[in-house]
Design a protein around this ligand. Sequence first.
Ligand code: G3P
Length: 232
Amino acid sequence: MRIFIDTGSVAEVEEIAQWGVLAGATTNPSLLAKEDGDPGEIVKRICELVGGPVSAEVISDDAKGMIEEGRALRELHEHVTVKVPFSEAGLEAAHALTSDGIPVNMTLVFSPSQALLAASAGATYVSCFMGRLDDISIDSVAVVGEIVEAFRAGGVTSQIIAASIRHPEHVVAAAKLGCEIATVPAKVLRQMLNHPLTTAGAAKFKADWETRPEFAEWLKGLVEARAAAQAG
Ligand code: G3P
């Protein structure tokens, strides 16, 4: 499963892209509305930082407006994927945009039947919102599991994005279910780093090494010798 970052913040992408774990990003109007600066410049910078698909969302309610916005958003950067909210107009727009070769991420999908329509309209990606389902006491793991099963059984090639991720367990569940992608907020990505045994283990390795000061000198010498060899 590939990991995307779900954010409108360039600073968050700059931080987390350095980890080497990001394959793409998703933005949405709510996330971009929290940021200062030009949204187009933000999307372009995120495209450069992640070097993979970056979803930018249309806002019109009608298909014609969505198609025009989608074409314009796509021209911002070659990595832009046009995010289209699920609706009748959204399906029409997704079909038109993908027929033109523009990748589409159909968003706000909450059921297997919606997911099948999105895929049939040609959506490259189908975003199923886990956290918002859990918020209304619908088992998001069961719903995403049904979508994965339905897509696999029918040979559907649209990729499933697990979205509205609220905690690391959502990410693990999405991977186990076979989602191609999880789009994860920076806060949750940072939570995924942590395990008390990792922290304790690293502290113990360091403390044990420091009982032998000559070892620190040896390692420093090894690094310096290599740097000297490369310089010469
Ligand atoms: O990008 C769409 C989605 O991930 C939003 O998540 O937390 O606002 O439900 P959330």
